[in-house]
Design a protein around this ligand. Structure first.
Ligand SMILES: C=C(O[C@@H]1C=C(C(=O)O)C=C[C@H]1O)C(=O)O
Length: 467
């Protein structure tokens, strides 16, 4: 959208409280467009000011900002929900399609912790292009009373661009983030001491590495992730980018779907996938870890649903790791919307731990970093509260306006894992490296830092050895 009038005049950024009290009057128009030859990932090429939600090549991409709503603190999800409701109340729209993702839509990213310095945000892009199994559409957003640009003019301006500058071959690899690898392994031991003292049953500990700039255009990064991890949800909202396998909440009509992941086997050269899957399904530590995450999601959903069921755990295979997975389905009671459900679900034991309050307190004390939006919900919500939200895993925070809220000027790449009393710290470190691989490869950075000398994951006793 470079140079397009819509993108040239971004709409306001409002706090949720302000937006709720005085919502701007926005006008949304959805128009069906031709799907022949349409490739959402290709339209992202070379662009930085994009939002994205792609799965198997379909989904939503957006450009420009018609409205940004931001919130911080313990009430951030509820504040964003109220502000979005007020925005819809003040909006006008035309939507002949009435499908998930048509009409008014906001893309969102929410911090893991209420104490984060980063903002949680809902972004209404000026232009949104959607593609599902029934066809494609384009939604434009302008201040009420202003004319909508023609869909043809927008599609003409949006022809696929050349990819942006590629990373240099000699660019420096990942640098230690908040903790060195050794200090992070010590933090794992500290967490285990706390668990042995009875303070928690499971704690998810994460770490970050920093990639100094320059970095590829956001759209190029997304196109690579979407290509390499098509079964994951490739997202970008407010500089938070990644390809997540974990669907926290899909709400369509009153029907809810959630996929809980916990328990991981790293792929290594030489071990057949079937052997890894067999090892994972039989690993006592991983099945206990999974059971805790599964129970926490079911417990959070039960009071809000008239029916909720967890399927049998199964092994989910991804290019870098395998996970134990449970699919949860349910029917939501009353008119509870996606943002209210997120408020109840987040943080699940898959990214926090058990019990929630004790585990998150230990994370704050031991992890030594602000997670920002990593491990928080990321996704989209429509005008009547339906939408899709993943957990922002396998992800990175791009610097916005030069630096992140934590003052970083490089890209922060995150990875974490559930720590149990019988976890091995070196093995867990290697798991974080495997989880960082998708985003580091998409950034075309070396996947192992020079500081990883002591991690020899495939030879480790708690993991099946290569044959
Ligand atoms: C915390 C992460 O992943 C979570 C932890 C997992 C585990 O410990 O086995 C598995 C999937 C995710 O729920 C991450 O990817 O950073």
């Amino acid at each position: 959208m470079t140079g397009h009038p819509i993108a040239a005049h971004p709409g306001p950024t409002l706090t949720a409280a302000h937006c709720q009290a005085a919502p701007p009057a926005l006008s949304f128009t959805t128009t069906p467009i031709r799907e022949q030859g349409l490739s959402l990932p290709a339209l992202l090429a070379g662009r930085d000011d994009v939002v994205s939600w792609l799965h198997q090549g379909r989904g939503l991409i957006g450009m420009g900002h018609a409205l940004t709503i931001e919130a911080r603190g313990p009430e951030r999800i509820e504040e964003l929900r109220s502000a979005w409701r007020a925005t819809i109340g003040a909006a006008w729209w035309r939507d002949p399609l009435v499908r998930p993702g048509t009409g008014p839509v906001a893309m969102g990213t929410i911090t893991f912790s209420p104490a984060s310095r980063e903002r949680s945000a809902l972004i209404v892009p000026s232009v949104l292009i959607g593609h599902d199994t029934h066809g494609a559409w384009l939604t434009t957003v302008v201040p009420a009373g202003q004319p909508h640009p023609s869909p043809e003019a927008i599609m003409a301006a949006l022809h696929p661009q050349q990819p942006g500058p590629q990373p240099r071959a000699d660019s420096p690899g990942p640098q230690p983030g908040s903790l060195s690898e050794q200090d992070w392994c010590r933090a794992v031991l500290t967490v285990q001491e706390r668990m042995r003292a009875g303070q928690a049953d499971k704690v998810v500990l994460a770490r970050d590495v920093v990639l100094p700039g320059p970095h590829p255009a956001t759209g190029d990064l997304l196109a690579r992730l979407a290509h390499s991890y098509p079964t994951c949800w490739t997202f970008a909202v407010d500089g938070m980018v990644g390809a997540s396998p974990e669907m926290l909440l899909n709400l369509e009509g009153r029907r809810l779907f959630s996929r809980v992941l916990a328990g991981t086997a790293r792929r290594n050269q030489g071990t057949p996938t079937q052997d890894l899957a067999h090892w994972l399904a039989g690993s006592a530590k991983n099945t206990r870890e999974h059971a805790l995450a599964r129970a926490s999601a079911l417990e959070a959903l039960e009071p809000l649903c008239s029916v909720v069921e967890g399927g049998e755990p199964f092994v989910l295979e991804l290019p870098n790791v395998l996970h134990l997975a449970t699919d949860i389905t349910g029917v939501v009671a009353g008119d509870t919307g996606a943002l209210s459900l997120l408020g109840a679900l987040h943080p699940t034991a898959a990214v926090g731990g058990t019990p929630t309050a004790a585990a998150t307190a230990i994370i704050e004390q031991v992890e030594g970093m602000d997670r920002g939006r990593y491990a928080g919900p990321v996704g989209w919500v429509d005008w009547h509260g339906e939408g899709q939200w993943c957990i922002a895993l396998r992800s990175a925070q791009l610097p916005q306006g030069g630096s992140t809220a934590s003052g970083e000027t490089g890209i922060r790449v995150f990875g974490g894992c559930g720590i149990m009393p019988d976890s091995d710290p070196v093995d867990e470190l290697a798991e974080t490296q495997a989880k960082m691989r998708p985003i580091l490869e998409a950034l075309a950075a070396p996947t192992h830092s020079a500081h990883a000398a002591h991690a020899t994951p495939s030879a480790h006793a708690t993991h099946p050895a290569p044959r």
